[in-house]
Design a protein around this ligand. Structure first.
Ligand SMILES: *Cc1c(COP(=O)(O)O)cnc(C)c1O
Length: 442
């Protein structure tokens, strides 16, 4: 017995995997003799994890390049070690490049894209203030739900499925409700719809409304949409890196994004940036931000945004920060302009290949389609869900529509490294094969 205990104390890191397994068996034997009334561990955990290779052409996550995967598996550092703080500062500077901003408060919330939305709303709006949501699909409804959870008074102006809300209708709603802020999802990734907001900033200005936009998309002429203004805006950009975006030039006050789309990093961080004007609003709040975790001032201190000595805020997901450092390095080496151009060229190829093969894009006007997400109509007589299931079995993910449009649409993401001519040709070829297969007919 004494000998066994000594053995168990031998440090595991010095041992090979088989030695580790032998040790595990000993532990197991030991716990069997000792065990009495413990709930047993699940048998499946004694099997190795199985992950099939998969081409990710849905709306995210996208495929991770080897360099990012490698960086992610590097040794952990402590979350306040100087070498790790340096990595965070590198990421912060990379995000300033990505967003095209000089904002001091540029950082990541620890969480997926939604945490960026939560961080933005929590900091920029106070309980009792009002929010008008322009809803063309999922993201407007999410914003409304979050607004309600935060004790905001919410109003909705909703478009019929697959259509946009007219600028006149939105202006009328602003006139009627005079909301503190308005949320517009410009690029609706559930439908591929681009909501025009030309002329809205004027209406917002008149009623002192903050325009909050969620955009996965580019609109035709952004400088017209965002003239020099006194209002705050904030944006969600799932398309960041694929579509031109210039935070400072366009006067955007808050932008947030996610790592698993164009950046090709694993999900888990939400890049976010607040303008000076946004920070002024935050510093002059009547009430404290109702979250310590998402408090921009606390989070910003950890990311080295305020020039103060770094305090413990939370333990950053170290490996994910390494991964985004690596992803940002890839985009810095390629250059934003080249990445924007590549996504545009390749998505045009995707559209023409789809059309040549008898498919129809859901968004009619090419200038209103995203450079990194294409929504396609499921052809008549074809079972769209069977097709996606069959493709998944062959190692290729494309997504169904969302909600009401689930069976009628497919969504094809071409993010970052997946915006590639050969890969796109292969996706269209595989999709065509499935459509022609009689087992996938309705
Ligand atoms: C993908 C996406 C997000 C990301 O949200 P997660 O929490 O990372 O799933 C947010 N907004 C839009 C418009 C998106 O397309």
């Amino acid at each position: 017995m004494a000998a066994r205990i000594t053995l168990i104390r031998v440090p595991l890191f010095a041992r090979s995997f088989s030695a580790f397994q032998a040790k595990t068996a000993q532990y197991q034997e030991k716990s069997e003799t000792m065990s009495s009334n413990l709930i047993p561990p699940p048998d499946v955990l004694k099997e190795p994890i199985k992950i099939p290779p998969r081409q990710l052409f849905g709306p995210g996550p996208s495929n991770m390049p080897d360099a990012v995967a490698h960086t992610q598996s590097m040794s952990l550092l402590g979350h306040l070690h100087p070498e790790f703080l340096k990595v965070m500062h590198d990421v912060r500077d990379g995000l300033k490049y990505l967003f095209q901003t000089t904002n001091d408060f540029t950082m990541c919330a620890s969480g997926t894209g939604h945490s960026g939305m939560e961080c933005a709303f929590l900091n920029l709006l106070e309980r009792g203030e009002s929010l008008l949501c322009v809803t063309t699909g999922l993201w407007g409804r999410r914003a409304e739900s979050l607004g309600q959870r935060l004790g905001l008074q919410t109003f909705v102006v909703e478009a019929p499925q697959g259509e946009v809300v007219s600028v006149e209708e939105i202006s009328k709603a602003i006139e009627q409700h005079k909301p503190t802020a308005m949320f517009v999802c410009i690029g609706e990734s559930s439908t591929g719809i681009v909501q025009p907001i030309q002329g809205l900033s004027e209406a917002c200005k008149k009623h002192n409304t903050l325009l909050i936009a969620d955009t996965v998309s580019r609109s035709s002429n952004k400088s017209d949409i965002f003239p020099k203004k006194k209002q705050s805006y904030f944006f969600q950009v799932a398309s960041i890196g694929a579509e031109p975006f210039k935070m400072d030039e366009w006067g955007v006050d808050c932008v947030y994004s996610a790592t698993q789309k164009v950046l090709n990093a694993p999900p888990g961080l939400a890049p976010i940036s607040f303008s000076k004007r946004a920070m002024d609003k935050i510093r002059n709040r009547k009430t404290k931000v109702a979250s310590f975790y998402f408090d921009a001032l606390e989070l910003g201190n950890y990311w080295g945004c305020d020039g103060q000595i770094t305090r413990y805020h939370h333990t950053a997901p170290i490996s994910s920060v390494y991964a985004i450092r690596s992803a940002l390095s890839i985009i810095a080496n390629e250059s934003l302009e080249h990445s924007w151009e590549r996504h545009k060229t390749n998505v045009k190829l995707l559209h023409s290949l789809l059309e040549e093969n008898g498919f129809e894009c859901f968004v009619q006007k090419p200038e209103n389609r995203l450079a990194c997400l294409t929504v396609v109509k499921v052809p008549q007589g074809v079972d769209g869900k069977k097709v996606t299931a069959s493709l998944l079995g062959k190692g290729l993910e494309i997504a169904n529509g969302l909600g009401e449009s689930a069976a009628k649409l497919w969504r094809i993401g071409t993010f970052g490294g997946n915006s590639d001519e050969q890969k796109i040709r292969n996706v269209v070829k595989m999709l065509k094969d499935e459509v022609q297969n009689p087992t996938n007919k309705l």
